[in-house]
Design a protein around this ligand. Structure first.
Ligand SMILES: [Zn+2]
Ligand SMILES: [Zn+2]
Length: 307
């Protein structure tokens, strides 16, 4: 088994195109797959490969003036969990939909280490609000106990959610979290600028680092990831329900109708009765032979999307 690396750093990059070329050449040489997004505001990557190649990659980064102090999060996996290598220039390293000049990671909330996070959650002050900064398909299968789950499908919907629900955060201590921490850097800055919350915290290293330190802590269920593994099991709790019959179930799969390909939670029994589709409509299309059908095995495909 190889390694999947997750990392980011907010740092000014003068020539993102140059960094893209450099990173692409390096990853190709090392046969790594995954996705690296580079912007003037920084770098955000997830890569998979054999341990030796990953070590060489980290060594290269350690010798790089801009990237030498990156916190690399590791978990088990391989390059096979990614469809390909994608290294591209972006306006933002996670799409928040707001100019980085206006909401900058430099203005982010106060970091809490996993230990400090755990202590805060244990003491559970009355004015504490825990905010999941991720999308609903992520929070559906696992989140922190008592967390607020915004009904959002993409990260760029979070600012509007914060705006329309500002009462929730008024004079509160807000603890925000996401998978590895990258989204909270700017999301906490956004909340801070609003000047509604008493305090704004985010977890250093996100769910990844917290659950490493406290595997049986306040995070329950699965941690959604943006590669072919789909999710990492943290605890045995099943937080989600089958889309069709509502039994507790939390494995994602994709609708077999190639045009739909919707990522859904469908239990084993419903997989059979719905012929591997997401809905009656897709089932009828598939049964009638009206659409192209994806190849089984019925397993969720590596996502090509980002948060
Ligand atoms: Zn079911
Ligand atoms: Zn469908």
């Amino acid at each position: 088994m190889g390694i999947i690396l997750l990392y980011y750093k907010y740092i000014h990059i003068d020539y993102p195109e140059r960094t893209v070329a450099e990173q692409k050449a390096l990853c190709q040489k090392l046969n790594l797959k995954g996705r690296i997004l580079i912007a003037h505001e920084g770098i955000n990557g997830t890569l998979g490969g054999p341990r030796e190649a990953i070590e060489l990659y980290k060594n290269f980064m350690k010798n790089n003036e801009l990237f030498h102090d990156i916190d690399f999060k590791e978990s088990e996996g391989s390059e096979d969990h990614f469809p390909k290598l994608k290294v591209i220039v972006k306006k933002e390293i996670v799409k928040f939909g707001i100019d980085p000049m206006l909401v900058n990671a430099r203005d982010s909330g106060m970091y809490l280490t996993p230990e400090e996070t755990h202590a805060l959650l244990e003491s559970s002050p009355d004015d504490l609000v825990i905010l999941d900064a991720r999308n609903t398909y992520e929070s559906a299968i696992g989140t922190f106990k008592n967390a607020i789950i915004p009904p959002i499908n993409t990260f760029r919907e979070l600012p509007a959610y914060i705006d329309t629900n500002s009462e929730l955060f008024k004079d509160k201590q807000v603890l925000m979290f996401c998978t590895g921490g990258v989204r909270c850097e700017r999301a906490t800055a956004y909340l801070k600028i609003k000047q509604i919350a008493k305090k704004v915290y985010h977890i250093k290293g996100g769910i990844h680092r917290y659950t490493e330190a406290f595997p049986d802590g306040f995070f329950r269920g699965k941690n959604y990831v943006f590669d072919g593994r789909i999710a990492q099991k943290i605890t045995d709790d099943i937080k989600a329900l089958c889309t069709h019959c509502s039994v507790p179930y939390d494995e994602y799969s994709n609708c077999i109708n190639a045009e739909c390909n919707k990522q859904i939670i469908v239990c084993q029994e419903c997989v059979t009765s719905y012929h591997n589709t997401c809905s009656i409509a897709c089932k009828e299309l598939v049964q009638g032979g009206y659409v192209i059908v994806r190849k089984l095995p019925h397993k969720s495909a590596p996502p090509t999307h980002t948060p």
